[in-house]
Design a protein around this ligand. Structure first.
Ligand SMILES: [Ca+2]
Ligand SMILES: [Ca+2]
Length: 242
């Protein structure tokens, strides 16, 4: 093993490996939890622990993700998409971790700077993703970077983050950190736990879809943005803050 290699638990079960010149961050992919490993593996081995399974993948340049499961079976995969988790057989005891996208991982909060993808606006840092994830994975990705999904508390914050999004040539919808709480029957900012005060819903939203419990910033034809509630399992770009 590279002597400069350290590993640490960044939060819960996210593994970050920091070498002198390289980084690799593995994030849990909850949608594949308890799914039978598909074909296309690079290797299959047994390791002494989840950590050593992660290290095995870290040290193999071909490996981008791994399944870890019963009897510490450890299966590495190259950087190709898995079949959708819905297509895989349920088999208990498996966890899946993926190598995070390079552009999306500016290491740690104190190591943040603009060149790593965060922008400083006022006293806040914001991150605009380059990849699409479901709402839960987007939330995990923000957390792995020391932040949280964007919580918009004011019109000025809404305008400031819109400007960051507008700088992107490609229009996309972006997850923000709000969710419907069936406990309080309110739209809630998940990280702070606060109910929404300032809102910028698309007229007619939030819709009463039953499953549309997460909130994204959606684009309108006139190049303005407003909020829509959509299913949390959708894949969208996302915005982080800290
Ligand atoms: Ca905020
Ligand atoms: Ca909606």
């Amino acid at each position: 093993m590279n002597t400069g290699l350290l590993w640490a638990l960044v939060f819960f079960t996210t593994f970050q490996f920091v070498g002198s010149s390289n980084r690799k961050l593995f994030l849990p992919d909850h949608s594949y939890h308890n799914r039978k490993p598909p074909s296309g593996r690079i290797y299959e081995t047994e390791t002494s622990s989840l950590e050593s399974c992660a290290i095995t993948c870290y040290e193999d340049d071909r490996c981008a993700s791994f399944f870890h499961g019963p009897q510490h079976k450890c299966i590495g995969y190259p950087k190709v998409p898995f079949p959708p988790s819905d297509n895989l057989t349920v088999e208990m005891g498996w966890d899946v971790f993926r190598h995070a996208e390079k552009n999306d991982v500016p290491a740690e909060k104190n190591d943040v700077p603009a060149e790593k993808g965060w922008s400083l606006v006022g006293e806040k840092y914001y991150f605009v993703s380059h990849s699409k994830l479901n709402w839960t994975r987007a939330k995990d990705m923000c957390a792995s970077m020391g932040g949280y999904l964007l919580e918009i508390e004011s019109e000025s914050e809404a305008n400031a983050t819109d400007e960051l999004v507008m700088q992107r040539s490609e229009r996309a919808d972006y997850w923000i950190g709000a969710m419907y709480s069936s406990n309080s029957n309110q739209w809630t900012w998940v990280n702070s736990g606060n109910e929404m005060v300032y809102t910028r819903w698309v007229p007619g939203q939030p819709s009463d879809d039953g499953f549309a419990d997460c909130v994204d910033i959606a684009w309108a034809w006139d190049r303005t943005t407003a909020w829509d509630n959509t299913p949390c399992s959708d894949s969208k770009m996302f915005l982080c803050e800290y």
